[in-house]
Structure formats: structure tokens, C-alpha cells
Write a protein that binds this ligand. Structure first.
Ligand SMILES: C[S@@+](CC[C@H](N)C(=O)[O-])C[C@H]1O[C@@H](n2cnc3c(N)ncnc32)[C@H](O)[C@@H]1O
Length: 211
């Protein structure tokens, strides 16, 4: 996944310029910024920094992280304010400082194998200060707009065949979750759960608690 996104980095943000998704993205951005305003934010899997740059405009502080050093560095460097820190971090085993009040992960949840979701959520709740706000957002499947599902496995994971401009193709795990199962999954580690559905995206927020 890391290698695929590193290779895709030069074109990655084209996904955010699709006309039909523009008003949805504006709503998603506004809801996200409302949740992180003034907060101490840890962003997991920041990628090229599309959301990092936006969060940086309102957050009290921001640590941008990704498994890819190149992506985390370029995300932080792309922010106008020089106050965004960055570090290489595995989102599935994060080191969360005691100052963190919000953990944000955009378009990461869909890449977690379904059989690992519970473990990942437990890792997040165990490593974060009690009551930390967790904000996740990701794609809803919209036929004709999303890359079609190429295949599925016995655990229920779905995969897309994605091509890059260099002609390489990559089978990428990409799961599309419905609101009810998302709420049930989040409910194992969090309370005050809110799941908002847009046309192309969903946005979830909840407060992590220790079990
Ligand atoms: C779909 S991109 C999302 C990027 C960004 N959050 C956004 O919404 O534009 C997924 C990102 O996850 C990163 N990634 C993959 N596995 C990871 C891991 N175990 N820990 C942290 N980041 C990871 C990839 O390098 C890539 O930047």
C-alpha cells in the first residue's frame, strides 16, 4: 500500500478535482475543520497532505504522519504555516502523545482488512489519551464514479485493480463500509459516535475510551 501510494503521489490529488465530487468535498472539509478547530491533532496516513494543509489552517497544533517518510515530509512541507510537524509512523501501531486531543485519518479505514479492523481500533484506543476524539472519513461506493470492485476474498474484503500512468497495475484492498456496521465497529472502543453520510463520502467521529 505504501509503495503504491508513493508511486501514485504525483497524480494522487487529481482525485480531489473531480467536478461531481466538489460540493461533497466542500461539505466534508467544513465538517472536518469544525471538529479539529483549536485541537491538538495527530493525522495518520497523511499522504500528500491534501487534508494536512486544510487542518493546519485551524488546528492548535498538527503532527502529520505516514508510513512513507517521503509523503509525511512533503505533506508537512506543503503547508503554508511552518508549524506543522511530521514524523514517520505506522498508523496501525501509533505513538500518541499525551497532548493529542484528536486523531484524524482520511481514506485509511477502507484499506484495513476487515478481519483487522477490531485490532486496529483497539490499538488506537489503547495508545491515545482517554476521551481522544477519533475522526475518520472515507469513500462511499458510487457506481460509475469509483473504480469497480475486481474481486473479493473469503473474509469479505474487496479489491480494486488500479492502473498508474507508468502502466503498472495494482490490486488494492478497498472496503466500502455501511453506516450501521461502522457504528458497531466503533462502538467496541468509543462512545458518542456520529456517522454522517454525504453522496461520495462518509465522516465519522467518536471519543475513544479504554476498555
Ligand atoms: C488513500 S491514501 C490517503 C492519504 C491522505 N490521508 C488523503 O486522504 O489524501 C493512504 C495513505 O496511507 C499510507 N499508509 C499505508 N499504510 C500505512 C501504515 N501502515 N501506516 C501509515 N500510513 C500508511 C500510504 O502511504 C498513503 O499515504
Amino acid at each position: 500500500l505504501k509503495a503504491y501510494y508513493e508511486k501514485r503521489a504525483p497524480q494522487y490529488e487529481e482525485i480531489y478535482s473531480r467536478l461531481e465530487r466538489r460540493s461533497d468535498l466542500a461539505e466534508l472539509e467544513s465538517a472536518l475543520l469544525h471538529l479539529v478547530a483549536g485541537k491538538h491533532v495527530l493525522e495518520l496516513a497523511c499522504g500528500t497532505g491534501f487534508w494536512t494543509r486544510r487542518i493546519a489552517t485551524v488546528a492548535g497544533s498538527l503532527l502529520a504522519t505516514d508510513l512513507s517518510k517521503d509523503l509525511a515530509l512533503s505533506a508537512a512541507s506543503s503547508c503554508a504555516s511552518g508549524t506543522v510537524r511530521w514524523v514517520t509512523m505506522d498508523a496501525f501501531d501509533p505513538v500518541v502523545s499525551h497532548e493529542t486531543t484528536v486523531i484524524v485519518a482520511g481514506f485509511l479505514f477502507s484499506h484495513i482488512p476487515t478481519e483487522q479492523v477490531r485490532n486496529v481500533l483497539e490499538k488506537w484506543s489503547e495508545s491515545a489519551p482517554d476521551g481522544t476524539l477519533l475522526v475518520l472519513f472515507d469513500n462511499l461506493y458510487v457506481a460509475g464514479s469509483n473504480t469497480p470492485i475486481a474481486t473479493a476474498d473469503a473474509a469479505g474484503n474487496t479489491y480494486q485493480l488500479r492502473e498508474l500512468p507508468d502502466g503498472s497495475s495494482h490490486l488494492i484492498l478497498k472496503n466500502f463500509v455501511d453506516a450501521r456496521s461502522l457504528e458497531a465497529q466503533l462502538g467496541t472502543v468509543a462512545d458518542r459516535i456520529s456517522v454522517r453520510g454525504f453522496e461520495y463520502y462518509w465522516l465519522a467521529s467518536c471519543h475513544l475510551h479504554r476498555r
